[in-house]
Design a protein around this ligand. Structure first.
Ligand SMILES: C[S@@+](CC[C@H](N)C(=O)[O-])C[C@H]1O[C@@H](n2cnc3c(N)ncnc32)[C@H](O)[C@@H]1O
Length: 326
């Protein structure tokens, strides 16, 4: 019989914290795909023996996997977590170090960005998995309503999203990212996908819009979970940036951005994800805006707002804007 601990919330939190860390670690090691496809035999993984045995025993105790002889396979709960593993990787892999030293950040003994960093690689990989699981349907719906033959992806991370979109729409692509590690990974993914002749990856600080190559050639810019990096430098800087983007794009070009809106309730809210998202972004002194606020910023910069729609990703807003034809 499953034992519930809901009358002792502290233990639910411990279980969630530990499970999140373990699944994120296994995803980083590339084990979760194997587990989902055909199960794993821990002894064949080459991991530290005692800890590995404890890891699989723990996941079994918590109903994430079950043993079939020597092999562990995912349970139904495990499959649900596997499908949504991007959230766990994004949190534990991307922000785990910073959250574990929160005390020193709060006490001003250390500074985020100088002494402590998020791990941009896992932020980007987690974010790509989240987008693929929870934004793809809405995104495809929007893409089918507009015309383009070249897509630019600002803050492309490991390039998965751009590769997926170029494949699904037959468009060519160009991805921009500031992280050398993400660009290297994206180039490798593009090559492995056999799309090196159709997708280019450029390492660039895309907040410097005048230095971003090829924008005149694209009819669609996507910028998922990137624009708040510009907002971090102030609302005026954001509008200035968007104006520069508008100036560089050809008339009729679309920009599609996805951002998380702040929680709707400020007390005891049952909303999923957005409180945790907004909190982690506060590590970088970033604040989030509503879909309408994003629409206003784009309008000030010279774009026309076409659509603002919520995605399955909790709190997400997809904002589609267009540069006027004249
Ligand atoms: C949260 S991730 C989003 C990745 C991807 N767009 C997605 O939705 O999965 C943000 C990405 O923006 C990149 N980035 C942050 N600041 C940037 C800048 N100034 N110029 C270009 N890329 C930047 C990061 O390296 C990271 O890959």
């Amino acid at each position: 019989m499953t034992q519930h601990t809901t009358d002792r919330p502290v233990f639910e939190i411990m279980r969630a914290y530990t499970t999140c860390a373990v699944l994120s670690a296994l995803e980083k090691l590339g084990v979760l795909d194997q587990l989902a496809e055909h199960g794993v035999v821990p002894a064949e993984l080459g991991h530290e023996e005692f800890l590995s045995a404890a890891t699989w025993r723990y996941l079994s105790e918590r109903g994430v996997v079950r043993a079939e002889g020597e092999r562990y396979v995912l349970t139904d709960t495990g499959r649900d977590l596997y499908r949504e593993r991007g959230y766990l990787l994004w949190l534990a892999g991307g922000y785990g170090d910073a959250l574990n030293t929160l005390d020193t950040l709060l006490a001003k003994e250390r500074k985020f960005g100088a002494d402590v960093e998020r791990d941009l690689r896992w932020v980007a990989v987690g974010s790509a998995l989240i987008g693929a699981a929870d934004l793809r349907t809405e995104l495809m719906d929007i893409l089918h309503s507009i015309e383009f033959d070249t897509i630019a992806d600002i803050g492309c991370g490991n390039g998965h999203f751009l590769i997926d979109l170029c494949r699904a729409t037959d468009a060519d692509g160009v991805g921009y990212d500031i992280s050398p590690a993400s660009c290297a990974e994206a180039r490798q993914e593009v090559a492995e996908a056999g799309l090196a002749d159709r997708i280019g990856i450029v390492e660039v600080d895309a907040t410097d819009v005048d230095n971003v190559p090829r924008l005149e050639e694209v009819q669609l810019v996507i910028a998922f979970f990137f624009m708040h990096e510009v907002l971090e430098h102030g609302h005026d800087t954001l509008v200035h940036y968007l104006s520069g983007l508008c100036r560089r794009l050809p008339p009729g070009a679309h920009v599609l951005t996805a951002e998380i809106a702040p929680p709707e309730r400020s007390e005891n809210t049952a909303e999923y994800f957005s409180p945790e998202y907004v909190y982690t972004q506060a590590l970088m002194s970033q604040h989030m805006m509503s879909g309408e606020d994003w629409g206003e910023a784009f309008t000030k910069a010279g774009f026309e707002v076409a659509r603002i729609v919520p995605g399955r990703l909790p709190g997400s807003r997809l904002v589609l804007v267009r540069k006027p034809l004249s």
